[in-house]
Ligand binder design. Structure first.
Ligand code: URA
Length: 210
């Protein structure tokens, strides 16, 4: 029997109900740890929920945990995470004070393959509630896969990066900046300057009066 058929029929509806019932981040983490509606969870060691400072002004959203993240249970702890920390430091942000990090997908896809649309749809209700509860002033969306699933953009990250969008969750409209994923930048270091430009736009927006 294929793994997908073991998933409850209305996994997305279940995710929506569980997410809506969570009234704080600790509850959201707990309901995600109890959720059996995403097949990726069966192959994962940990539910990778978030890292950083709760209620920070900046929330970063990556793609999915890799091997190290799955082992440790925190997002962006491998090489891409080290580069991400440097990128954040360049605009005065760090996990310990003013940045909060999560992923679209909370369980490691086997062999780090791209998540399927179904897997993303099963995780998205949690991400949307996560944003509502974390109340960021600004979201930084990392990479093409996150852009595809979170804002439904299939244009390619090179086209949409660097341009502010408004992301609606509940009754909040959160400014969102798509930029390049640090794992991509490790492969294409010549493009780091583009990501730096995007991060400077985030810094300017955070520093703007009002
Ligand atoms: N890449 C991601 O998108 N997320 C992680 O947590 C690690 C690597």
């Amino acid at each position: 029997m294929p793994a997908a058929s073991l998933i409850p029929e209305d996994a997305i509806g279940t995710a929506q109900n569980l997410a809506a019932a969570a009234t704080n981040l600790a509850q959201l983490r707990a309901v995600m740890e109890s959720f059996e509606g995403c097949a990726l969870k069966r192959g994962a060691t940990n539910t990778v929920f978030a890292d950083g400072t709760e209620l920070a002004p900046v929330m970063l959203i990556g793609e999915a945990p890799g091997r190290e993240e799955d082992r440790i249970g925190k997002p962006f702890v491998g090489r891409a995470g080290q580069l991400l920390d440097k990128m954040l430091a360049s605009i005065g942000l760090d996990r310990a004070r003013n940045a909060y990090i999560t992923n679209v997908i909370n369980w490691r896809p086997p062999d780090n393959r791209d998540p399927t649309p179904e897997e993303a749809a099963q995780c998205l209700p949690f991400l949307r509630r996560h944003i509502e509860l974390a109340q960021p002033k600004v979201i930084i969306l990392l990479g093409a896969v996150a852009a595809r699933h979170v804002v439904g953009k299939t244009d390619g990250i090179m086209k949409i990066r660097g341009r502010w969008m408004d992301y609606r969750v509940g009754d909040q409209l959160v400014p969102l900046m798509p930029t390049l994923h640090p794992a991509y930048l490790l492969r294409q270091p010549a493009h780091k300057k583009l990501a730096w430009r995007d991060l400077q736009a985030v810094r300017d927006r955070l520093n703007a009066p009002g």
